[in-house]
Design a protein around this ligand. Structure first.
Ligand code: CMC
Length: 460
């Protein structure tokens, strides 16, 4: 049964400097976790909270996904990810995330048809690709092309119209495989792909990536299944960096295409969706089992910015349940294809060593979804640069589900965090002639500092 949140007896905050107290409402979420409702805090006390990276802040209510990071549980609309990955297909999961329930056969057939008939790209969009260097990273192309959809589909940018919102949602989900495959084909200098309506979403993605117009393409059902599962495992993950970016962009009333482009930009970073590409690069750098110790020592070293990519998570302090399914899928794909990739052996040894290492145990760092997904995608034939594109294609439905949910939430406001100001107090302006000749010291603190200087990355 679905449960909403329940107001509870709340909390009292005491200022230890003045002894003043304030009462704040409390809520108990559907799974029993308690929250302090600090919305009245600034207006009643003049106090702000400080929480970089939102480590203790729930920025919204959501019915879509639940994660218990301590126990390693992930539920979409109440259904465990393991069950969805085993028994559903990606269209089932898309429908579930968007509309709240698994579809009936009729609902599924109609949704499936709707998605199949929105897969084409506007002819002029093909010319848009030609403005990019052939060497461009496909994620750079994705950010540009998805943002540009708002210049092509004016009939679905009015967010106050539910029908337009629905049309935009279906359109983006339908076109993402074509946009991604076109970026890939463009980088190779090959003709743009053509979606074929008889194929399922995963089959179409496969044929658009790997077929060529001069030859018949035979779908390998094992590869299509592996892609479908990969898309399911990436479909949603509550308020991660890219989903929060989509919500923040959407909170100002921006159109859905622009919002999804902002999500793609956020996903690209190596601490988030870019980690799958980084894992493979890392395995190649480690090279052999003999070198694992050296790299584990680098990960321990506070003065070394090296991190074990594909390990650790802001929310999971246990095995990421998606990583378990991905590991199984990895074995299946490699066995079926008869591929003997030494990186799988290396990854498994690395995992084994890290999972018995005090540093990783103390910090509760476990493999995440990206640890095995790169090996699966490599086996399926994707180049490293396409890994994050595949993540983006799968995650699109999650972004849209959250964007739609946000627009329907009565508590929704434009996202506008505050800050702890640490700069100068008011000072007297100096005209250029009075500024002296010694160089001012410029602060470079805005640069990514990594682990070395104590700055941490955001969660994926
Ligand atoms: N290797 C070595 N040390 C690590 C790692 C790692 N992969 N991850 C975290 N730590 C250490 C970190 O140095 C810090 O140590 P200390 O407390 O001594 O300063 C401690 O563990 C906590 O880390 P944090 O960076 O404060 O934690 P976070 O919640 O901000 O970061 C994370 C989460 C995923 C960004 C981080 O674990 C990481 O960078 N992992 C590698 C990148 C990766 O695999 N990303 C994919 C995320 S899951 C896929 C997705 O959904 O996008």
């Amino acid at each position: 049964m679905k449960k909403s949140d329940t107001p509870d007896s709340g909390f009292t905050l005491t200022d230890n400097q003045t002894g003043k107290t304030w009462k704040f409402p409390g809520h108990t979420g559907a799974m029993g976790n308690r929250l302090v409702d600090i919305r009245p805090m600034y207006s009643t006390s003049g106090l702000l909270t400080y929480d970089p990276g939102f480590t203790s802040t729930a920025a919204c209510k959501s019915d879509i996904t639940y994660i218990d990071g301590e126990k390693g549980i992930l539920l979409h609309r109440g259904y465990p990810i393991e069950d969805l990955a085993e028994h559903s297909d990606y269209m089932d999961v898309c429908y579930l995330l968007l509309y709240g329930e698994l579809p009936t056969p009729e609902q599924k057939a109609s949704f499936d048809t709707e998605i199949r008939y929105h897969t084409w790209l506007h002819e002029q969009l093909a010319r848009f690709y030609q403005g990019f260097m052939r060497s461009a990273h496909p994620m750079a192309i994705m950010v540009g092309v998805v943002g540009a959809l708002s210049a092509f589909y004016h009939d679905s940018t009015d967010i106050s119209d539910p029908e337009q919102r629905q049309l935009a949602a279906h359109r983006i989900i339908a076109k993402m495989p074509n946009i991604g495959a076109s970026a890939f084909k463009y980088s190779l200098g090959r003709p743009f792909p053509i979606p074929i309506n008889k194929y399922t979403y995963a089959e179409n993605l496969l044929q658009m990536m790997f077929s060529n117009p001069s030859e018949e393409y035979k779908i390998n059902p094992v590869l299509a299944k592996a892609i479908d599962r990969l898309l399911i495992l990436h479909a949603d993950h509550e308020q991660n960096a890219s989903t929060s970016t989509v919500r923040l962009a959407g909170s100002s009333g921006a159109n859905p295409y622009a919002c999804i482009a902002s999500g793609i930009a956020s996903l690209w970073g190596p601490a988030h969706g870019g980690a799958n590409e980084a894992v493979l690069n890392m395995l190649d750098e480690i090279g052999t089992v003999k070198n694992i110790k050296k790299y584990i020592a680098k990960a321990h070293d506070k003065d070394d910015s090296f991190r074990l990519m594909g390990f650790g998570h802001r929310v999971y302090k246990n095995y990421d349940p998606r990583a378990k399914v991905m590991q199984k899928s990895c074995h299946e794909v490699l066995t079926t294809l008869g591929i003997d990739d030494p990186r799988l052996e290396l990854a498994m040894r690395l995992e084994e060593i890290a999972l018995s290492d005090d540093y990783f145990l103390e910090k509760k760092l476990f493999p995440n979804v990206d640890f095995y997904s790169g090996i699966v995608m490599k086996a399926l034939g994707f180049p490293e640069s396409m890994f994050t594109v595949m993540f983006a294609i799968g995650r699109t439905v999650g972004w849209i589900a959250h964007w739609r949910e946000m627009l329907g939430d009565g508590d929704q406001k434009i996202g506008r965090p505050r800050q702890m100001y640490t700069g100068y107090k008011k000072r007297k302006y100096k005209p250029v002639s009075n500024r002296g000749h010694t160089q001012n010291k410029i602060s470079w603190s805005w640069l990514w500092r990594g682990k070395k200087n104590g700055t941490t990355a955001s969660e994926g």
